[in-house]
Design a protein around this ligand. Sequence first.
Ligand code: CUA
Length: 342
Amino acid sequence: MKAPRKDRRLAFLVFAVVPLAGCGGGDTQNSLAPESHQAKDIASLFWWMMGGAWLGLGLVVALLVWSWRRRNRRGWGDDVEGEKPGEKRSWYAVVGLGIVMPIVVISALFVISDLFVIKTTQAPASTSTKLTVKVIGHQWWWEIRYPGTHAVTANELHIPVNTPVRVEVGTADVIHSFWVPELNRKIDTIPGRTNLVGLDAEKTGVYRGQCAEFCGVQHAHMSMYVFAETPSAFRRWLAREEKPASSPGGGLAAEGERLFMNGPCSSCHAIRGTDAAGYVGPDLTHVASRTTLGAVTIPNDRENLREWIVNSQHVKPGNQMPNFDLSGRKLDALVAYLEGLK
Ligand code: CUA
């Protein structure tokens, strides 16, 4: 039975809309909406390859149709002595379209991608750049360091706009892959190695990045934000980020600080300017100035912070932080202390 016309139209709409849902602005990762010269080169390479692939497909379909229309002509299948009609021409077509053309096309793509795009998307040399950033992958978050400064943060990478930034990526555990689609290609983090990639945002804004190599159960919740800021805003941010945490004078937050230092928190997290120097979870020196928790899993607000402390295994199952059986004044105090770490 034929589907009613309305149903067919609906099915077509779904097929058309679903693939397009991944595109478009906002909080997205779209390698076809490039915002840097590197990402632009990658996008043009993609479109050239896409064009070439469609041409190839068109040619194959045309040949299929052509041969189907000639299916009843006398040819190879007939029992004829000597050279069959069209035999030579067919061999030319096989050699030309089946061997010579692929070699030419694939060699051209190799030259364009390897000699051109790989070069233009490379990280700037450490001698030629004003800013080098170290990014270290952890299961399942990103540690970010600014060499030459005391700044350490997590999951939110700040860079100045229109400045080639050299990003040195490494890992504390398994292979991850650092990828900010609107700014550049992926780069794997390999144990025992430092790999390089460049970031050079042309416009101020927030770019979403994502771990692009399966690295365990919370691979999908291993995202990051890149904040491309004006150079002066970036310098202000870095100066603030470099400072140790300010100690709360008293009250609830001071109670929270004692709880943090004497409880299990300080054995996994570092807060510069205090005795907490753990290295299992993110540095929390300025955690309140970050926009998300759990590597872009949930927004960083009071409710979510409470939820994260008490029940992070529900929010991000498998993460290294255990649930803490805290409530009442103790939880309020801990949250008040962390909220003050701006
Ligand atoms: Cu880290 Cu996937």
